[in-house]
Every structure is written in structure tokens, then in C-alpha cells.
Design a protein around this ligand. Structure first.
Ligand code: ADP
Length: 397
């Protein structure tokens, strides 16, 4: 497969509703070594390449000189693939791994994309209408440019399929449960990564009762026992659970009925409100970005932070009850990895559970941020969803 001295590589693609993250990994060797990576954000509005390019030692140029205003996931993938041939001849692309938000009940592990599995992925579009179509477009775009290339789908829902049936059920009429209206849980690629590195930090306790808080733009928590998911705060969709950047989290279904029936909002208007105008943005009226809220003196910004932390505390209580105990908490993703203030605010009211934060360690960016006498250990561990995808894709080579 190696052409000349070119290095065999895997392209990892993470297609968001308006963003495209990509990364190149060696097909062999160290799973976290990234050769080149980037993010195009604002697709459909004002696309721009936002992320730094890695791989300076190889003097790699960014894969896009100029991003067209009307760029789509498909056109960007095409440009990237063309660049790989014309500009990056030191790399030989042998496989692509995709992050797929929804795998339904069927996909419990990474899967090679075939016409049959692609067809099945398309049937899941109604379950994730904002994300699934973009992932499928990316798969199609790659297949069009390189029909023989191995493509692998890695699912955000798979990690949670170890949950008990009861944990996955809503108390709805049975026929709906049977047709798949259940709690799927998301952010599974992030949780899988954290589960894979837990022994390095926790030793034997890695297989205990561990609560992982993925606090990014999207936020969720996962309760793990033996490094397997037993419960998660996200449910049928990516709306449920904690307060997010622009999503509401926990909401009485009666509110939705009220918005439609009494206030006369259309279903599309309600969808837009719940996905894009709620959460930190909706409560603060300022920003969905935690950094902006932390800097602000506005009382509404402060209230948004209070609500964010309050809901996190409530869900820690829930998940601890499900696990019947708590050995460790792990913070990860943008807010979890970077905001000492949020970590402290979430952990402080948990002293009754045996959580004691070492404030200096927390402020100073240490990995372990609990005190030596804390019954529950608390860690900050960076997540790496792309590394999980690269590893899974390598498994098929
Ligand atoms: P995504 O879900 O898009 O992958 P990230 O994991 O990158 O999101 O997290 C984005 C969130 O992390 C934003 O709310 C951002 O404000 C927050 N964040 C990043 N750095 C910091 C920081 N230093 N302090 C507080 N919040 C931060």
C-alpha cells in the first residue's frame, strides 16, 4: 500500500451541523500523533479555517488557500482530498474514519461503510436531523472522489449501548419504545477515549464508579462502572440533560406543548429555540461561550453560570444514585478542561458526597485536583474524540 516513501495515513472527519473538523493520523503507530488537523467553522454562513495547523516539522501548508463563501461539507472534503494528492505527496491516504452522531440501537461498535450500512445510516436521519445528513454527505463526497477507499463509521451512541434496558427507557406507550424512542446517550467517542486512558490516572479505581463530565459547547455526563456506560444525561436527542451553549437541557415536555398550543409557535420555531437560542446564550442574552460569561459583570451572565453549575450538581446526584456510589469525577472538553471556576463551583457543594477540591491544584491546571483526604478523586483529563476514531479505523486495516 505504501507508494514510494509516502506514509500511509488515515483521514479522520468530524462533520458538525456547520463545521468540519479533520485530522490526519499515521495508519501505524502512536494513536495520538496528529500529522495535520484543522477546523472549518461557519459552513453555510461565513466559512473560515479556524484551527491551527499541526505538523510544522513537515512544513505543511493549510489545505485550503481560500475558502469559498458557498463552501459545503462536500466541496471542502473534495478540496482536502485533492490537496492530499497534489500538495502532500508525503502522505498516502488509505482510509477515512467518520464521527457519526447517531448509530441507533443497531450500531454498537465501529462499522465499515458499505452500501448496506450507509443505507441503514440514512434511516437514522430522523433521529439526528441536524447532524446525520452532514456526516452522510461527507461519506458520499469521499466515496465519489475515491470509491475504493476504506471508510469507517464511529458512533457517538455506541458507547452507551451497555446501559440497562430500564436506563434507556422512557415511560411512554410500549409501542414507541419498541420503535426506538429510547434514551441513546451521546458524546460516546469522548467517553470511550476517557475510559481508555482512565487506568493511567486512576489505577485500580478506573474500574470503579467514575462520573465523566464532558463540558463543551454540548455538555453531558456519563456514569461508568468497569469503564462501561451505565447511565448518561443525554437521552433521545442531544437536547436532554445539562445546560449547554445554546441547547436547553432538561425541560418539562409540557413547555413544548405550551409553546405550540398556547403561544402558536411552529415546530420549526420551537426546534430553533431549543437547539440554538437556549442554554447559556438564552439565559444570559449575551453569549454561548463560557469565557464571555466568566468575564461579564452582567447579572444575567452570572445567573447563566449559576444555572449551569446547579444542573451539573443535580445530575451528579442522579448518576451517583444510579451507580450507588462515586469513586472519581473526571472533567473534560472545553469548559471541563479549562475553567477552574466552573469545576470549583460544581464540586464545592458536593462535600457531603466526599468531594474535596484542592483549590491551588485546580487553579494551577493540575491533573488531579482533589485533596489527598478527598474520598472522591477528581481529575481533569483532556479528551480526544479524533484519536478514538483513528484507533477504531486502524482496527480495520
Ligand atoms: P465543542 O462541543 O464544540 O467541541 P469545546 O469542547 O471546544 O466544544 O468547548 C467549547 C466551550 O469551552 C466554550 O463554551 C468555551 O467558552 C469553553 N472554553 C474554552 N476555553 C475556556 C476557558 N479557558 N475558560 C472557560 N471556558 C472555556
Amino acid at each position: 500500500m505504501q507508494t514510494g516513501s509516502a506514509m500511509d495515513v488515515i483521514l479522520v472527519v468530524n462533520s458538525g451541523s456547520s463545521s468540519l473538523k479533520f485530522a490526519l493520523y499515521p495508519a501505524m503507530g502512536n494513536q495520538t500523533e496528529v500529522l495535520l488537523s484543522g477546523v472549518v467553522s461557519g459552513i453555510g454562513v461565513r466559512p473560515k479555517l479556524t484551527a491551527k495547523m499541526t505538523g510544522e516539522p513537515l512544513a505543511i501548508k493549510p489545505p485550503f488557500d481560500d475558502i469559498a463563501k458557498d463552501a459545503t461539507h462536500a466541496s471542502l472534503i473534495k478540496a482536502l482530498q485533492e490537496r492530499l494528492v497534489t500538495e502532500y505527496s508525503q502522505f498516502n491516504l488509505i482510509a477515512a474514519g467518520h464521527r457519526i452522531v447517531h448509530g441507533g440501537s443497531h450500531f454498537t461498535k465501529p462499522t465499515i461503510i458499505t452500501p448496506e450500512s450507509l443505507q441503514r445510516l440514512k434511516t437514522l436521519i430522523p433521529l439526528a436531523p441536524l447532524h446525520q445528513p452532514q456526516s452522510i454527505l461527507a461519506i458520499d463526497a469521499i466515496a465519489k472522489n475515491a470509491p475504493e477507499l476504506l471508510q469507517v463509521a464511529c458512533f457517538d451512541t455506541s458507547f452507551h449501548r451497555t446501559q440497562s434496558k430500564i436506563e434507556q427507557m422512557f415511560a411512554l406507550p410500549r409501542a414507541l419504545t419498541e420503535e426506538g424512542i429510547i434514551r441513546y446517550g451521546f458524546h460516546g467517542l469522548s467517553y470511550e477515549y476517557i475510559a481508555s486512558v482512565l487506568p493511567q490516572y486512576l489505577g485500580d479505581k478506573a474500574d470503579g464508579k467514575v462520573l465523566v463530565a464532558h463540558l463543551g459547547n454540548g455538555t453531558s455526563m456519563c456514569a461508568m462502572k468497569n469503564r462501561k456506560s451505565v447511565a448518561s444525561t443525554m437521552g433521545f436527542s442531544t437536547l436532554e440533560g445539562l445546560v449547554m451553549g445554546t441547547r436547553c437541557g432538561l425541560l418539562d415536555a409540557g413547555v413544548i406543548l405550551h409553546l405550540i398550543k398556547q403561544k402558536g409557535l411552529s415546530v420549526d420555531e420551537v426546534q430553533k429555540m431549543l437547539y440554538h437560542e437556549s442554554g447559556l446564550l438564552g439565559v444570559s442574552g449575551i453569549s454561548s461561550d463560557m469565557r464571555d460569561l466568566q468575564r461579564s459583570d452582567d447579572p444575567n451572565a452570572k445567573q447563566a453560570i449559576e444555572l449551569f453549575c446547579h444542573r451539573a450538581k443535580e445530575e451528579i446526584g442522579n448518576l451517583t444514585a444510579v451507580m450507588q456510589g462515586l469513586d472519581a469525577i473526571v472533567f473534560t472538553a472545553g469548559i471541563g478542561e479549562n475553567s477552574a471556576m466552573i469545576r470549583e463551583k460544581i464540586c464545592e457543594p458536593l462535600e457531603w458526597l466526599g468531594v474535596k477540591i484542592d483549590k491551588d491544584a485546580n487553579q494551577n491546571g493540575k491533573t488531579k485536583i482533589s485533596t489527598v483526604d478527598s474520598k472522591v478523586r477528581v481529575y481533569v483529563i483532556p479528551t480526544d474524540e479524533e484519536a478514538t476514531i483513528a484507533k477504531a479505523t486502524r482496527g480495520f486495516l
